[in-house]
Write a protein that binds this ligand. Sequence first.
Ligand SMILES: [Zn+2]
Length: 189
Amino acid sequence: METRAICTDCGFVSSDRVLKDSCPACGAPRSVFEPFEDRMSPARRKWLNQRAHQIMVAFPQVFVTVLFLSLICIALAPPRTAVLVHVKYTAKTLSLLVPFAVLGALITGYIDGRVRFTRLSGRFIRIKRNAGILLFACSCALASMIAVFGFKGPTAWITILVSLFALALSIVLGKLGGRLVCSEICEKQ
Ligand SMILES: [Zn+2]
C-alpha cells in the first residue's frame, strides 16, 4: 500500500512517492514531514475530497457581496444613469438566487459535518449552523423586500442594511469554516 506523509507545518498530505525536497504547499523542508495515517474510512475521505461544501459556500459569498455592492450603486447613482437598469436587474436576480445558494451550502455543510465529526454539538459547529440559518432567513427577507418594494422608497436603506448584515454573516461563516477544516481533533475514526 502506498504510504503517505503529512507536513507538520501546514498539514499538507502527500504520497511519499511523489514528495520532493520541500512541501509543495508551504515550502517547508522534507524533514518536517511525518508519516500520515488516515483514520478516516475511504468512503468518508472520498466524499470530503469532493469539497462539495467549500465549493457551494463560494456561491452565496459571491452573490451576497455583489448584491450589497449593487444596492449601494442603486442608492447612490443619479436616477437617470443608463447602466442602472442592468444593475437593478442583476440585484433582483441575485436576491432570488441567494436563498437557494445558502440552502445548498447549509445542506452540503450538514452532510460534511456528519461525515467529518463524531458529533455536531461542538461550539464552532453550533455557531456555524445558527449563523447559516440566520443567513438563510436574511436572504429570504432580502428577496421578499426587493420583490415587494423594489429599490426606492423608505425601505431602500433597510434593504442595504440587511444585505450588509448578510455579507458580514457570510464572512464570519467563511472564517469559522476555515477553522473547522483545519482542526482534525474531533475527526471521525
Ligand atoms: Zn507544508
